[in-house]
Design a protein around this ligand. Structure first.
Ligand SMILES: Cc1cc2nc3c(=O)[nH]c(=O)nc-3n(C[C@H](O)[C@H](O)[C@H](O)COP(=O)(O)OP(=O)(O)OC[C@H]3O[C@@H](n4cnc5c(N)ncnc54)[C@H](O)[C@@H]3O)c2cc1C
Length: 420
């Protein structure tokens, strides 16, 4: 027995689940297949190691899809300020939400909280089947009707196959899509720490010559850290006992929040830039980490993926409204053209930042400090950087904008007259 769908989304992570929610109000019959269903969060649970800095635009997407309340009900932490400085020199950058007339710059949220809130919302839609606890074992891509085999032997077929299955995407492999890759030979160490002083609802980032170190605020006063370091150094940091690790961390952070009093378990992720040569084929599309991964130094990875999901849904909803094939190459090409440039710009900016801030050359270090000091003094330059980080800039999907309106969207999903 084979079950047939209009859309099959492989991967119910943050990006795949967002796409399902964004498509749910169409009449399409959708399946989301997720192999690892996360356990519900209890208020007394320790904070997870994996968190994301969610931008204002991504928050808008969650608000408009009816997901934000599920996130707020669980837990998240707003940050109002951002403090960036380098270990060489005394220049620094300070961003304050109040300068832009907004309440906060973004939120730090556990990935599991985001995924749980999305999956909860998916279950409220009758036309979306969440198939969880099952991994996709085989993918046979065919332009008109791809076939999938699940772990338990079930067979599914669908007009549109979506790869939202992360950096090692099986869907991407089955479609024969190649990757452009750059290995930074770095790892990002993540853990949760208790600093002596309160984080002051600030996202802190210190650039060391070996890589950036971020302290991200959590609602219980702890901080989630991402410490990017060359692979061998990262391996050493992982093996240190807690007391020595806390001391080294506090030193690396310039003692900004005092002593580090305790640390959770630690994990490390290899940092690799990947970009798929193609995002689409006839009847197949990649979103999120399946299409691109970037250095986490500005915490933009999932924000890009969420914009992919919202843009793809917008393009498909327009096609449906105009009675065009929502899965044809021509329709999907609009999504690819839209998102590829946006993602590429962010990827190369992150690589340039990493090279600029990681360079130990004396002259470059002087120029960097001068540059930081100039930006700090220039309200215009600071505002431009802040707008980018908050996700205000770029060609945003309508649902990511503040002025999105549900009724108007039913008439015109773009709400912009762009007719993409
Ligand atoms: C150290 C670090 C820190 C980061 N910090 C930030 C940050 O602050 N802000 C930010 O925006 N981004 C950040 N990122 C990036 C962010 O974590 C990713 O971009 C994001 O998780 C991608 O989401 P996704 O849904 O595309 O993929 P994933 O999160 O990888 O989800 C893919 C899903 O597919 C499922 N799946 C895979 N294969 C199958 C299969 N065969 N069958 C069924 N299910 C399958 C998996 O179980 C998973 O749930 C960070 C990354 C790293 C490494």
């Amino acid at each position: 027995m084979k079950t047939n769908y209009d859309v099959i989304i492989v991967g119910g992570g943050m990006v795949g689940s967002t796409l399902a929610c964004a498509l749910a109000e169409s009449a399409l019959k959708i399946a989301v297949i997720e192999k690892n269903l996360p356990a519900e969060i209890q208020p007394s649970d320790d904070y997870d190691l994996r968190v994301s800095a969610i931008s204002h635009s991504s928050q808008q997407v969650f608000e408009h899809l009816g997901v934000w309340s599920g996130i707020r009900r669980r837990r998240c932490c707003a940050y109002e300020k951002m403090h960036v400085w380098h270990s060489q020199g005394d220049a620094e950058l300070l961003f304050d939400a109040a300068d832009s007339g907004v309440k906060e710059l973004g939120h730090i949220i556990e990935n599991r909280v985001i995924q749980l809130a999305l999956l909860e919302r998916i279950k409220q839609h009758d036309n979306v089947d969440l198939i969880s606890g099952q991994s996709v074992d085989a993918v046979q891509y065919q332009p008109q009707n791809s076939q999938l085999t699940l772990e338990n032997g079930s067979l599914l077929s669908g007009r549109l196959l979506v790869g939202a299955d992360g950096a090692h995407s099986m869907v991407r492999g089955a479609a024969g899509i190649e990757l452009e890759m750059a290995d930074y030979d770095q790892k990002g160490i993540v853990c949760v720490v208790t600093p002596e002083k309160h984080h002051q609802h600030t996202a802190w980032q210190r650039f060391l010559s070996t890589g950036p170190l971020a302290f991200l605020p959590l609602s219980n006063g702890q901080c989630s850290i991402v410490w990017s370091a060359d692979s061998t150094e990262a391996e050493q940091l992982l093996t240190l006992d807690d007391e020595v690790f806390c001391k080294q961390l506090s030193d690396a952070f310039d003692g900004k929040l005092g002593r580090i009093e305790s640390v959770s378990s630690r994990a490390a992720f290899p940092l690799i830039r990947r970009h798929a040569h193609e995002y689409i084929k006839d009847g197949l599309v990649l979103v999120g980490d399946a299409a691109h991964t970037i250095h986490p130094l500005a915490g933009q990875g999932v924000n890009l993926g969420l914009m992919d999901a919202a843009s793809l849904a917008e393009v498909m909803n327009v096609a449906i409204r105009h009675r065009r094939d929502f899965a044809s190459y021509q329709t999907l090409r609009k999504y690819e053209r839209w998102r590829r440039g946006e993602n590429q710009l962010m990827m190369y900016s992150m690589s340039a930042f990493k090279n600029l801030f990681g360079n130990k050359h004396r002259l470059l270090s002087k120029a960097r400090n001068l540059g930081l000091a100039l930006v700090q003094k220039s309200a215009m330059a600071k505002s431009a950087l802040m707008r980018r980080a908050m996700g205000f800039d770029g060609d945003l999907p309508a649902i990511a904008r503040d002025n999105w309106n549900r009724e108007a969207a039913a008439e015109d999903p773009f709400q912009s007259g762009s007719g993409r």
